[in-house]
Write a protein that binds this ligand. Structure first.
Ligand code: NDP
Length: 445
């Protein structure tokens, strides 16, 4: 494989798809060596096939807002790869959603799902609709209009969506309701459902908790734990909230949270009680993180900034893609950060990853460290199939085991001659080998 040649071809074909090209380049660079040891992959053109989605659906979503005005958005589903199982991946509702963003997320999801050890292919979808500032009734009407079209492309053995940015329990509930109405079929076609109708315990917590379980494993390789460690966290949504919660439970001290308008720094640390305030603020009142500083006057709100210049031991980017650039990565290193575990997907720019790795930080890419969410989604599918609900402890134990297995795989494929664990390489190679072997076995399809 010649990574540069393949990238040049993709760049010419998709010149505007920045995030997709960035994600593909990272994977190809790290699998090149292993790939070249398998001439049969080259002959079957595995790379040329694996970088293209199986199919992409694009559709118009028309709905009526509270003023009676007609609104039009675009909806998408990228079914990326089904070599190892039905398509599986979240839906993102955010005004900045583009096909490039969803292609990058679907591509990453393919490898992440392979890492979980569960049989799930990769997909992603969403819309340029943003729930922010919309009433509940508007969100419901949008979700229903979205499902009028998406329903025909999904199913329990075909494609099982879940949440992502802008899609939480409320949105999944509305979409599942419409799916059921249209198909007259009560199946496990969505994950992240409410507990009363087939949702798994620990699914809301899974991505954030899983990220911290992975971080714990990384710290263990250097004989360290989380106790007393100061932690910078970005975002204040689902992943950030539960990463914060698990940090608190394990004795770490979370100092920051953010949203797209700015971040708060709490020098006293974010406690469970303060976190409960954040959950209410974000999930129920749908407020902004700056209100935290009004509630807790010792905290400082920094408008328009990200938290990466604060001093701490650990950084957990849990908001969105490309939220740490080279200068911010250098600030983290200069301030003594020892570990970065990504709760978000692709939050670090390539230049930031290079800085983390050159400085031998413990650095986990999202496809490894945030795989807990989709793992418990996989467990939700199992529970739905057997018409049973597992206890919180059963699911949490499973989650811990999966995160530890993913870590072990990263160590197996990513340990360098000098002993440094390159988690990017480890995750990419482990995920790639599984998908590639399945594609080989299934012939040219
Ligand atoms: P939420 O919508 O619950 O929260 C997203 C948070 O990130 C909000 O605080 C939001 O602020 C902030 N944010 C969104 N866009 C930006 C931006 N452009 N700049 C700065 N902040 C931003 O989403 P999740 O917590 O579910 O997802 C967060 C990340 O984790 C995403 O990258 C997602 O793909 C990834 N992920 C999520 C999983 C899950 O199970 N939910 C599973 C695996 C990965 P605001 O309120 O201002 O929009």
């Amino acid at each position: 494989m010649k990574t540069q040649e393949i990238m040049a071809r993709l760049q010419a074909k998709y010149p505007l798809e920045k995030e997709y090209l960035q994600a593909v380049q990272e994977v190809l660079e790290s699998i090149e060596e292993v790939y070249n040891q398998h001439p049969e992959f080259e002959k079957a053109k595995i790379v040329e096939r694996i970088v293209e989605p199986d199919r992409i659906f694009t559709f118009r979503v028309t709905w009526i807002d509270d003023n009676g005005d007609v609104q039009t958005n675009l909806g998408y589903r990228v079914q990326f790869n089904s070599a190892i199982g039905p398509y599986k991946g979240g839906l993102r509702f955010h005004k900045a959603v583009t096909p490039s963003m969803l292609k990058f997320l679907g591509f990453e999801q393919t490898f992440k799902n392979a890492l979980t050890t569960l049989p799930m292919g990769g997909a992603k979808g969403g819309s340029d609709f943003s729930p922010r500032g919309k009433s509940n009734a508007e969100v419901m009407r949008f979700c229903q209009a979205f499902m009028l079209e998406l329903t025909r492309h999904i199913g329990p053995e075909l494609d099982v969506p879940a949440g992502d940015i802008g899609v939480g329990g409320r949105e999944v509930g509305f979409m599942f309701g419409m799916y059921k109405k249209l198909t007259r079929d009560f199946s496990g076609t969505f994950t992240g459902k409410g507990r009363e109708f087939g949702g798994s315990l620990i699914r809301p917590e899974a991505t954030g908790y899983g990220n911290i379980y992975f971080l714990k494993e990384m710290l263990k390789t250097r004989g360290m734990d989380l106790k007393g460690k100061k932690v910078l966290i970005s975002g204040s949504g689902n992943v950030a909230q539960y990463a914060t919660e698990k940090c608190i439970q394990l004795g770490a001290i979370p100092l920051t949270l953010s949203d797209s308008d700015g971040y708060i720094y709490d020098p006293d640390g974010i406690t469970q009680e303060k976190l409960e305030y954040v959950k209410e603020l974000k999930n129920v009142e749908r407020g902004r993180i700056k209100e935290y500083a009004e509630e807790y006057p010792n905290a400082v709100y920094h408008a328009g900034e990200r938290p990466w210049h604060e001093k701490a031991d650990i950084a957990l980017p849990c908001a969105t893609q490309n939220e740490i650039n080279g200068e911010q990565a250098q600030a983290l290193v200069d301030n003594g950060v020892i570990a970065v575990a990504e709760g978000a997907n692709m939050p670090s720019l390539p230049e930031a990853i290079k800085i983390f790795q050159d400085n031998k930080l413990l650095y986990a890419p999202g496809k490894a460290s945030n795989a807990g969410g989709v793992s418990v989604s996989g467990l939700e599918m199992s529970q739905n199939s057997e018409r049973l609900s597992w206890t919180s402890k059963e699911v949490d134990d499973y989650l811990k085991r999966i995160m530890s297995d993913i870590h072990e795989n990263c160590v197996k494929y990513g340990t360098q001659a000098d002993g440094y664990i390159n988690y990017v390489k480890g995750a990419n190679v482990a995920g790639f080998m599984k998908v590639a072997n399945a594609m080989m076995a299934q012939g040219i399809v």
